[in-house]
Design a protein around this ligand. Structure first.
Ligand code: GLN
Length: 283
């Protein structure tokens, strides 16, 4: 009987580590991604140096990452970053990991900002700052605000802004609360917690902050609050754009219409599900 690859003697080689990870259940692609991040090298380097030994500290770190990955810790938390809309963002367990589907909200926001000069924009529940920073990167003249109720998340968002050289402001607090005294906005955007409290998907998301994923109950409480309060903060003609669950589009569009928004519509995500709804506050 040959030795189990997970018991490979120290030091592991690059290829040995990759094989150990694959034997433990990771895909080859994930194993290589982990090693690239661990060694801070390109994939080409990894492949051409597969016989190189890892030193003991790196081997230990690799084993630790592998164990955590097998416990379903998302790769983005292990490597500490995630790309969104072409921006490399730092992520920590205090922030939701930006999802590719959320890029549609950014695209939609940039379309709606086509008219006004130096538009005022706020991203409520910004997390890593993904939406706000992507909007700012697409519209350099926009005055963009990031709001989050989690001090840890807001710190990450501000750090991301600094690292990317994007001049945006951060406000700590719940939804509109910390904006008191601010002039009205041309666009309010949010990807709030919207997963229902008893949704079994939350089990698979147990490493992400629960408060970023669910307001508990039917999942609509924060969306209701945002639709109700947004008109007090919108310039006439301004837009409110909201991400929501795949089965919440009808409910959110009904909330928007009932509140008095016009031009209410929704946008579909990469999987073809209605994933964001929005409307315009009449002039
Ligand atoms: N789209 C995320 C998910 O389903 C949820 C994000 C959110 O609640 N805002 O994993």
């Amino acid at each position: 009987m040959s030795d189990s690859p997970t018991k490979a003697p120290v030091p592991l080689t690059v290829l040995g580590a990759e094989r150990a990870a694959v034997a433990a259940g990771l895909s080859r692609q994930e194993a290589q991604y982990l090693l690239q991040a661990l060694l801070n090298v390109s994939r080409a380097w990894l492949i051409s140096h597969d016989g190189d030994p890892l030193d003991e500290a790196t081997t230990d770190r690799f084993r630790h990452w592998l164990d955590r990955r097998l416990d379903e810790v998302p790769l983005a938390y292990l490597v500490g970053e995630k790309e969104f809309f072409g921006l490399m963002l730092r992520v920590t367990p205090e922030t939701l990991i930006p999802r590719p589907d959320t890029e549609l909200l950014v695209q939609w926001a940039l379309e709606r900002l086509d008219g006004p000069r130096a538009p005022r924009v706020v991203d409520l529940g910004t997390g890593t700052g993904a939406i706000a920073l992507a909007i700012k990167s697409g519209r350099g003249d926009a005055d963009v605000r990031m709001v989050d109720a989690s001090p840890g998340a807001l710190a990450v968002a501000l750090e991301n802004a600094g690292r990317l050289g994007l001049a945006v402001d951060g406000h700590l607090g719940s939804w509109f609360e910390p904006l008191a005294g601010q002039p009205l906005f041309d666009l309010i955007v949010s990807n709030p917690p919207y997963v229902a409290g008893d949704d079994h998907h939350l089990d698979a998301l147990r490493h992400e902050p629960r408060m970023a994923l669910t307001p508990e109950g039917d999942g609509l409480d924060d969306l209701r609050h945002l639709v109700r309060a947004a008109p007090d903060w919108l310039r006439p003609g301004g837009w409110l754009l909201l991400e929501h669950g795949w089965d919440q589009a009808e409910a959110v569009m009904a909330l928007l219409r009932a509140r008095g928004f016009v031009d209410v519509e929704n946008r579909r995500d990469l999987g073809g599900q209605p994933r964001a709804s929005g409307g315009r506050w009449p002039e």
